[in-house]
Design a protein around this ligand. Structure first.
Ligand code: GAL
Length: 664
């Protein structure tokens, strides 16, 4: 059986454990409860700096020693944090220069968490010192299974505009451009008298009288992601020699809501990809958003299994209205993550806090205690996760890919564009959801990733694309895949310079179309296509230069002109979608793409039922999640690992329930 967390056989189960918030009798009781709930791994000491080192240089290891020992005796593995996620008050008092600053100059005060500037040399020195102290202390501890560096690095302060950040940004720019004229060319500084004579003149894009230089903003986003990553790397490299055999990671936020960390670059630096995911209670399609985020995580992990480091058993505390999960929802969420490649199901946090900003955030043990529906559900989930052990290490099967590029996301949402209504996640979610509704599993990949194994490649809003990325996508169509690209793609190069000669720039030849002007629709304006479906947000004057029109606009500023086109390229086809189609139009498009590419669902399942296949060395598994209230008949043969029962085609999965069939 494969171990993704050292010493955890099968799929890990557990969560953040913050014993420093509780008296010792509660901590002792925790161990029995953890065993009862089937917990196999906890993340420890994430926010514990002030409890470990209450006064500079004076360490109180006692409580953490006891916790490590007791967890070990209970057979629970520890993902041990560097304790750096929140600087203690004595440190920010002594060194206020470590505090981060916003674009308008506001200094972010201590009193919450993550009140540090990753670029501050003083902060780096103290953080390394703390990480090393923890590593030295527990280097030989038998419970130590994994290092958890800091926590959700960049979560609250993805961009810091402090003076230390200005210096680090300039160092980053010198490395990137070497001489100032190269920077001037890349940033287009002939515009608005922005020409720099020396790197020392350059600043982060702090609050300015008008629109800041877009390439400056884009490079600052790149620098910020790299700088946060370099902080992780510095801590990792400090502890690596102390525990050379213990894997090291940090929890990413690979989700549709987290924009600023380029996790594809980060993934190369961790020993195993770990991520956090929270559903949004107000989103009726939150299970579909979960699937996209999990597919992204798998893509970032290069297809390898990954760890779900945090999700919630119930309500969170940070949405406007924090509602508990519905019946079976925690189970469905967990099983869906496993279906899409997770080898651990972990939560924030073990025991719901009674004080502090997160006191209304759910945990595995709620305020109500063990006599509660939630705790009973947790115990059931722990048992179920145990039953899923055979899935550990297996890989998800997919023939369709969705291209997701962080730099394209940053660039497309910069200011002063043709329409503020063009956002990166919009078509990403809509197209992924249409594939989800058809039971098609989608890998989420980068524009320069190997696309060879895909028969369908969907490219939403890839505004910024490098020549290499554009050629890679075109090669997929040449080789025989169906490629579909949506509006406002291929527009600029990596410097955010417009590709001249007509839109969509980098994809003109591939798509066999050329547009000479954009006609974004006004707020609330809706147009009709020739099949009666509707569209909004975007139109453009498309001229066919080789493609055929599949759909045309029936009205609106582009009446009679192409809205959806198709171009035969090599052994494949390239489609262009020049407007924001409604759900019916998007569904019809995706049906046509699937028919042409030959990509089929994992299983024929009723609407609202999710099915994903993971393939291991010895067995394959189909995970079925019934998101509806109706019983679903499922055509699979094998053993349902959740019940141990043998199943035959036509077996029933109750409304709201899951089945995980080891195929035979
Ligand atoms: C995460 C964080 C946890 C906890 C959780 C609440 O962003 O890593 O420490 O705050 O959110 O949902």
């Amino acid at each position: 059986m494969i171990e993704s967390i050292h010493g955890v056989r099968g799929i890990g189960f557990g969560g953040d454990y913050n014993p420093e918030q509780w008296p010792d009798d509660v901590r002792l009781a925790d161990l029995d409860l953890m065993r009862e709930a089937g917990v196999t791994v906890v993340s420890l000491a994430i926010f514990a700096w002030a409890s470990i080192e209450p006064v500079e240089g004076r360490y109180d290891w006692g409580w953490l020693d006891d916790t490590m020992d007791r967890l070990h005796e209970a057979g629970i593995r520890v993902s041990l944090a560097t304790a750096t996620a929140s600087p203690p008050p004595w440190l920010t008092r002594k060194h206020p220069e470590i505090l981060p600053r916003t674009a308008d100059g506001t200094v972010l005060s201590p009193g919450a968490r993550q009140s540090y500037a990753v670029s501050s040399p003083t902060w780096r020195r103290y953080a390394v010192r703390m990480a090393v102290a923890v590593a030295e202390r527990y280097r030989d501890h038998p419970a130590l299974a994994l290092w958890h560096v800091d926590n959700e690095i960049g979560c609250h302060v993805p961009h810091d505009y402090s003076d230390s950040a200005a210096e680090a940004f300039r160092r980053w720019l010198r490395r990137r451009y070497r001489d100032i004229d190269a920077l001037n060319d890349a940033w287009g500084t002939a515009f608005w008298s922005q020409r720099y004579g020396d790197f020392e003149e350059v600043l982060p894009p702090r609050a300015a009288p008008s629109l800041s230089n877009p390439t400056q903003q884009l490079d600052f986003a790149r620098y910020s992601s790299d700088e946060l990553l370099s902080y992780y790397v510095e801590l990792r490299d400090a502890i690596r020699p102390i525990t050379p055999d213990v894997p090291i990671t940090t929890n990413f936020m690979c989700t549709t809501a987290t924009k600023w960390m380029d996790y594809r670059r980060w993934a190369a630096e961790v020993d195993v990809v770990a991520t956090d995911h929270y559903t949004i209670a107000a989103d009726a399609d939150r299970h579909v958003e979960l699937a996209l985020s999990a597919d992204l995580t798998r893509g970032v992990a290069g297809g390898r299994p990954w760890l779900l480091m945090e999700h919630s058993t119930g309500a969170v505390n940070w949405q406007p209205r924090n509602r508990a999960k519905g019946p079976g929802e925690m189970m469905r969420n967990s099983v869906s993550h496993v279906a899409r490649g997770a080898d651990a199901v972990m939560f924030f946090q073990w025991r719901a806090s009674r004080a502090g900003a997160e006191k209304f955030h759910s945990g595995l043990v709620p305020h109500a205690g063990t006599d509660s529906q939630l705790y009973r559900d947790v115990v059931d989930l722990g048992a179920a996760v145990g039953d899923l052990a055979p899935l550990a290490g297996s890989r998800v099967e997919a023939r369709a890919a969705l291209v997701w590029d962080y730099e394209a996301w940053w660039a497309v949402e910069l200011d002063a564009h043709p329409s503020e209504a063009v956002t990166y996640m919009d078509r990403m979610r809509a197209l992924h959801a249409a594939l989800w509704r058809r039971g098609v599993t989608t890998d989420v990949v980068g524009s320069t990733d190997d696309l060879d194994r895909y028969d369908l490649v969907v490219v939403p809003t890839l505004y910024l694309v490098s020549d290499t990325g554009a050629a890679n996508i075109a090669a997929a169509a040449e080789r025989g895949a169906t490629v579909a690209i949506t509006y406002f793609s291929g527009i600029v190069d990596e410097h955010d310079h417009v590709r001249l000669g007509g839109y969509p720039g980098a994809f003109r030849d591939l798509l066999g179309v050329r547009s000479d002007e954009f006609f974004p629709l006004l707020d609330g304006e809706v147009v009709t296509l020739d099949d009666g479906t509707r569209a909004d947000v975007w139109t453009e004057r498309v001229e066919l230069t080789g493609a055929e029109a599949v759909r045309t606009f029936a009205d609106g500023p582009m009446a009679g002109r192409p809205a959806v086109t198709r171009h035969a390229v090599g052994a494949g086809h390239a489609w262009y979608v020049a407007t924001r189609q409604d759900e019916a139009g998007t569904d019809a498009l995706v049906d046509a793409l699937l028919a042409e590419s030959g990509v089929t669902p994992v299983l024929d399942v009723p609407a609202g039922v999710e099915a994903v296949r993971r393939v291991g060395d010895e067995h394959s598994f189909v995970v079925v999640i019934n998101h509806t209230d109706e019983v679903a008949a499922i055509d699979l043969t094998g053993v349902d690992l959740l019940t141990g029962a043998r199943v035959e085609p036509g077996f029933k999965v109750e409304g709201g329930a899951c089945a995980v069939v080891q195929e035979a």
